[in-house]
Write a protein that binds this ligand. Structure first.
Ligand SMILES: *Cc1c(COP(=O)(O)O)cnc(C)c1O
Length: 217
């Protein structure tokens, strides 16, 4: 599916939900995609991308940033504290702040460096053992902790369980964000971004629908 098709579907979902056109940021998830495909989407003028690994992003985006102006790259995958400094240099936003230790490390580095990427706090809405994020019951306290650390908290992020209706998780995330006065909602992927937009997503993370299936080698 082309970038234009996705943009049209986003616009339709915004209209159907009675939302302002253009109120959803499309993060084109370029992880594992061949550089030629990413470059084609850059050539089409798209500037907001998502990566889930620090190392992979470090090998790809500095070159693209030299070739194209105005690129923004967001980290959407798990972050180890020992890669936090590198992540802060590579990304305009980190969507995967999922534990107090990481929040404290980012805050300390932000003091030292003088700037900090935008931060989204990941909530494990499905309460899955294997998934990152704070439990829904701990989310309010984590938001407060991150605010006390002066992190620039923009919103919340979730990855719903694969075999459940995502709308329930999007609605839960939206509810937690609202009661904490947060406006950013990073939710929705290739298979469910229209439902996420209907429930208030401000940042959707779409990979395979734009670039084609990922082939891991
Ligand atoms: C890979 C990934 C996506 C994109 O998934 P698609 O189904 O290809 O759209 C979105 N969010 C996260 C956190 C991912 O790791």
């Amino acid at each position: 599916m082309s970038l234009d098709d996705i943009k049209q579907r986003i616009e339709k979902a915004e209209k159907d939900a009675g939302r302002e056109i253009g109120s959803t940021h499309l993060i084109a998830v370029s992880k594992v995609q061949p550089n030629a495909r990413v470059e084609a989407v850059l050539q089409e003028g798209h500037r907001l991308y998502g990566e889930n690994r620090v190392q992979e992003a470090a090998g790809k985006w500095p070159d693209f940033r030299e070739q194209f102006d105005g690129i923004q790259v967001h980290l959407i995958g798990p972050l180890q504290t020992n890669k936090a400094r590198q992540a802060m240099e590579l990304f305009e936003a980190i969507h995967s702040v999922d534990r107090p230790k990481l929040a404290k490390t980012l805050a300390r580095l932000a003091q030292e460096i003088g700037t900090c990427p935008d931060v989204f706090l990941q909530v494990n809405t499905g309460e899955e053992d294997q998934k990152a994020g704070v439990m829904p019951a701990d989310a309010d306290a984590f938001v407060q902790e991150c605010r006390d650390l002066d992190l620039p908290v923009q919103g919340l992020m979730c990855i719903p369980p694969v075999d459940e209706e995502p709308s329930l998780h999007f609605a839960l995330l939206a509810k937690i964000a609202k009661r904490n006065g947060l406006t950013g909602l990073s939710m929705g992927m290739s298979g469910d971004f229209e439902r996420a937009i209907a429930l208030g997503a401000t940042h959707i993370r779409v990979g395979s629908a734009i670039f084609g299936e990922r082939t891991y080698s």
